[in-house]
Design a protein around this ligand. Sequence first.
Ligand SMILES: NC(=O)c1ccc[n+]([C@@H]2O[C@H](COP(=O)([O-])OP(=O)(O)OC[C@H]3O[C@@H](n4cnc5c(N)ncnc54)[C@H](O)[C@@H]3O)[C@@H](O)[C@H]2O)c1
Length: 382
Amino acid sequence: MRIAILGGDGYLGWPAAMYFAARGDTVLAIDNYLRRRLARETGSEPLLPTPDLAARCARFEALTGKRIAHRIADCAEDGALSAMFAEFRPDAAIHFAEQPSAPYSMRGRDEARLTLRNNVATTFELIWAVKSAAPRCHIVKLGSMGEYGTPDIDIEEGWIEIAHKGRKDKFLYPRAGGSLYHTSKILDTDLLEFETRSGGLRATDLMQGPVYGHCSDEARDDETLFPHFHYDDLFGTVINRFAAQAACGIPLTVYGKGHQRRGYLDLRDTLQCLRLAIDAPPAPGRLRVLNQFTEIFAVLELAERVRGVGARLGFDVAIRMLDNPRREQEEHYYRPAHDGLWKLGLEPHYLSDDRLAAMIEFVRRRRDAVDTSRILPRVSWA
Ligand SMILES: NC(=O)c1ccc[n+]([C@@H]2O[C@H](COP(=O)([O-])OP(=O)(O)OC[C@H]3O[C@@H](n4cnc5c(N)ncnc54)[C@H](O)[C@@H]3O)[C@@H](O)[C@H]2O)c1
């Protein structure tokens, strides 16, 4: 297949580029290094300096003989993607090219505006690139489980049938994002719903939970091929952040009561889910929504898991309960459906002590590079 990867330099985009290239697909990775710029501007550099896309593509080709084409370009720029798609003619386009941090989006007006404009504009430009240059292309967009919020009823996979005053109809499941970032993802979903229903596009929206892991199998233990690893309060996702804190002897920072429950998945399962979605596209005119996570944990439960694995490795790991900088429910019902990817054949890697130990060891070996001033939350929703 010919697969365009928007955001191909990112934490998920780069492993996805290697994964599909390794299986023999023709891959074009597109990125404008927005994430690198925001990390620099906010003092949130990743643990390891990450080689640029050209260097990583060259390294991957030298190791495997497989080529990943790349372009440094802004997917939100008027018509830029359409021109690329007219040349590349993708069968599938995976859309990662967004500002993905909830705290960053809540930092102030400039950050909120950047998040909103960038995320909605990249989705809009992708839709028009497909319409104008590759109408059969399957759009696979990364959404977020955070779009649903934590309603007091079961969460369905994207759609819900509602009976009202004796009649029934099917609608997008009601959404209630917990940050401006999540709200931008809701707008993406609405755009895709409109365009599939009215214009006959085919799209899959993968409502993903927080991802963990420092590398994927395709990196072959070559650290220049690892994705960027963030451990800070803005860009570090919770399990990665806890692993780094454990390795550095910094107490694990649990926000609020720590009873917030979310669905998580291993980076290797993100790749597997993408493959399953791409290999079984929906019919034209249909927005398929799949809830993408493999298991549910409360934050405090995760902290306790990391503390236990840390202790086994000889680290004295403490847990520190902090006032919650976010506005979120700390005690809530949580029962999201997630059958779709299982039905497509998902074979999950559940969170294991070995995976956690490998992440902690990975950080321990370069613990001197960790800037401990970036661990405590710098952004409050208030
Ligand atoms: N990592 C997670 O745990 C997680 C969980 C749920 C959903 N997601 C979603 O998955 C996607 C990827 O997340 P990630 O963690 O890999 O983030 P990331 O920031 O590492 O990757 C996004 C990439 O897109 C690029 N990008 C952003 N705007 C662009 C633009 N206008 N033009 C070109 N490139 C652009 C960035 O430079 C970056 O390399 C995001 O949409 C995010 O919302 C991630």
